[in-house]
Structures are given as structure tokens and as C-alpha cells.
Design a protein around this ligand. Structure first.
Ligand SMILES: [Ca+2]
Ligand SMILES: [Ca+2]
Ligand SMILES: [Ca+2]
Length: 189
């Protein structure tokens, strides 16, 4: 059937998080992301808010290091990433792993980009997500409309969590959640 579908999505998500596109997930991918968010939100360097953002950004990395135990110190390669996700969210889904990553990814992509803190992501806020992760914005509109399942022009927490779950475990190529982070069939730039 669609044996490669989930693998392609896992690989796409690795490339997205690998902010400097060097083929490895390392501390700087996450701290650089926090720095971009800090500038975007115009937080003062060293402020409590800035520390909060930096701490939250690194949480996903620490969870990954803990779960994957990479060969190289503090450096996760794509094969290690793919084996972990295929083992835990592949044919057999470990519910605990799913819940953990659903929440962490939610915090990483939703919470950071809800700039006005109203609990919804607008298409402008979603565009910043595309900009920071250098995603191809020709897919911005399509991705946003796939996320916005009730069509009210904003993405709620519920819509985002459902999409992330689909992205992580659905093996249906027509599933709208596959589009949560842009065009999963293309490589991020
Ligand atoms: Ca990297
Ligand atoms: Ca908002
Ligand atoms: Ca909506």
C-alpha cells in the first residue's frame, strides 16, 4: 500500500527541524530557532520571556536525545531518527510516544507562532512559521486550508493537535493532517 508514506513524512519533518540543513539534529538547530522566535517576538535578550522560549525550544531536542540515544554525542542523524519513529509510530503505534511528540511538536510549532496569544493561528502567523523554517511558501495556502478543518480562517489548538496526530501516524495519503507543515512530498529548501 503506502509503505513509504510515513517514512517520507518522518524524513520531511527531520529536514524541517534541521534548521541549518546539515543533515544532523544538533543543539544549534533548536537554539537558533529560539533566537529567531526571540527576534520575531522582539523579546529582550536574557529576559524571563526569552529564557522561557529558549528552554521550551530545547525541550524537544532533549526528549529526542533521551529517546534516540544517538551514537554521536548530542547529534542525531537521519537514520537514527527514522528508526526511532518507524519503530514507535510505524505499523505499531506506541500511544505514549505519540502523545509525547504530539504535545512537544504542538508547543514547537503552534505555541511559538501564536504571537498574539489568542489560542488561534492565523494565516499571517502561519506564514512566519514557514519563513523561520524556510519552507516553500507556494504551499502555504493549501497547508493552511488543510489545517483549518472548520473553515473559519484560523487554526485552533484542537485542529492543530488533530493534524499533528495525522501527520505522525496516518498512512492515508489523502489525510489533511499530512499537510500540517507544508508539502511533505517535497524536501524543505
Ligand atoms: Ca542541523
Ligand atoms: Ca493568534
Ligand atoms: Ca479553524
Amino acid at each position: 500500500m503506502h509503505a513509504d508514506l510515513k517514512r517520507n513524512k518522518f524524513a520531511y519533518f527531520f529536514d524541517l527541524l534541521d534548521l541549518n540543513r546539515n543533515g544532523l539534529l544538533q543543539h544549534n538547530d533548536f537554539s537558533d530557532m529560539a533566537e529567531l522566535v526571540r527576534k520575531e517576538l522582539q523579546l529582550e535578550e536574557g529576559s524571563e520571556e526569552h529564557k522561557y522560549v529558549a528552554e521550551k525550544a530545547i525541550r524537544l531536542f532533549h526528549q529526542l536525545l533521551n529517546d534516540i540515544s544517538p551514537m554521536e554525542h548530542q547529534s542525531i542523524n537521519k537514520d537514527e531518527w527514522l528508526s526511532f519513529f518507524e519503530e514507535n509510530l510505524g505499523d505499531q503505534v506506541d500511544e505514549e510516544v505519540l502523545a509525547t511528540y504530539q504535545e512537544l511538536i504542538y508547543l514547537y510549532v503552534f505555541d511559538f507562532f501564536d504571537h498574539n496569544r489568542d489560542g488561534f493561528i492565523t494565516s499571517d502567523e502561519y506564514k512566519r512559521f514557514f519563513d523561520i523554517f524556510k519552507l516553500d511558501d507556494q504551499y502555504l495556502e493549501k497547508s493552511f486550508s488543510m489545517l483549518d478543518s472548520n473553515g473559519d480562517k484560523k487554526v485552533s489548538r484542537y485542529e492543530m493537535l488533530a493534524a499533528i496526530e495525522d501527520f505522525l501516524i496516518s498512512d492515508d495519503p489523502a489525510s489533511s493532517g499530512n499537510w500540517a507543515f507544508g508539502n511533505w512530498e517535497a524536501s524543505p529548501k
